[in-house]
Design a protein around this ligand. Structure first.
Ligand code: THU
Length: 136
């Protein structure tokens, strides 16, 4: 299924803001800095970066940081049109499984933009997380 399509301008804006956001990452353990931007159905943009902890399992990914930031700032339920993920030095970074589940919570057909092995890719979250667990 094709994702909710992003315009070239939206995609460029999201990637630019995610690149700026990764400068705020707290990644002293992995040294793997990640930035993410979400765009809502009505075109608002929110960013996040990864935040690590000495107790490694408490680490928060950039994608979830950006989504939780958006949840707290939108009126009503967040409706995700897209999310873009950027790393330093163009290292491939498809969202992890936990982040896929959280993305799906806020949009069944969210466009996910991430660096693949050779270039940026854009996929529908429904294709990245088939048989999504839902309670509603
Ligand atoms: N990380 C993200 O922020 N997003 C991903 O999709 C994958 C991994 C972070 C978590 C951790 O701080 C670092 O990258 C290395 O795993």
């Amino acid at each position: 299924m094709p994702p909710i399509s992003l315009t070239d301008k939206e995609r460029a804006m999201m990637l630019g803001m995610a690149t700026a956001a990764l400068q705020h990452a707290y990644a002293p353990y992995s040294k793997f800095r990640v930035g993410a931007t979400v765009i809502t159905d009505d075109g608002h943009l929110y960013t996040g970066s990864n935040v690590e902890n000495a107790s490694y399992g408490l680490t928060m990914c950039a994608e979830r940081a950006a989504i939780f930031n958006a949840v707290h700032q939108v009126q009503g339920k967040l409706k995700l049109k897209g999310i873009a993920v950027v790393t330093e030095n163009d290292v491939p970074c498809p969202p992890c499984g936990a982040c896929r589940q959280v993305i799906a919570e806020f949009g069944a057909n969210t466009a996910v933009v991430f660096r693949g092995q050779t270039d940026y890719m854009e996929m529908n979250i429904a294709d990245m997380l088939p048989e999504t667990f839902r309670l509603t």
